[in-house]
Design a protein around this ligand. Structure first.
Ligand SMILES: [Zn+2]
Length: 182
């Protein structure tokens, strides 16, 4: 395990250096260039074993890769979970062929008629009398099957993403040990 020594600067701070830097120059955060002493003199300096570095070397702590896997896993799982809920809801609404959806839509149209001005209602009635009972454009429930299929495809993708996210999250946490003070 690499020993880390504290090289005092005239500004009062202590700059951590290791034996590999013996004889080299190092910049303190105050801007001053410090000469790192030779290896022999280095060993006279105050020595520290940073907890984080010790943990990484023993393989049981946090490091950049674990952190990235954890953040990635968390983000992907959260987004996938939210999307899955949304599409599960959509799917459940469309499972009966969109019947309840259609009924609520028709109810809204009924309400529209109730609040129409008499002249508008009359114009509507006349157009229905000539054209028959039609709805302008494509009624939303006519593509229920399409919506249901796309919801199903989305769901499959989201569940895969959720699995990847959770696996990544779990993998980042496997083998984590609390860093022991030495
Ligand atoms: Zn300094």
């Amino acid at each position: 395990m690499k020993a880390v020594y504290l090289l005092p600067c005239s500004c009062g701070q202590k700059v951590p250096v290791d034996a590999g830097q013996a004889g080299a120059k190092i910049a303190c955060s105050c801007g001053q260039q410090l000469n790192v002493p030779t290896f022999r003199a280095l060993r006279e300096l105050e020595q520290v074993v940073p907890v984080a570095a010790a943990a990484v070397e023993s393989g049981g702590g946090w490091n950049a890769i674990r952190g990235m896997m954890f953040s990635f896993g968390l983000l992907v799982s959260l987004v996938a979970a939210v999307c899955t809920c949304y599409h599960l809801y959509m799917f459940s609404q469309l499972l009966d062929g969109g019947e309840s959806w259609k009924q609520s839509h028709l109810q809204e149209m009924d309400l529209d008629v109730d609040y129409m001005a008499p002249a508008d209602a009359l114009a509507d009635f006349q157009s229905m009398a000539t054209k028959g009972l039609t709805i302008d454009g494509v009624p939303p429930w006519s593509h229920v099957a399409e919506l249901r299929d796309s919801s199903r495809r989305w769901l499959i993708g989201e569940l895969i993403a959720l699995a990847i996210g959770l696996v990544s999250l779990a993998a980042s946490l496997i083998g984590i040990r609390p860093a022991r003070p030495r």
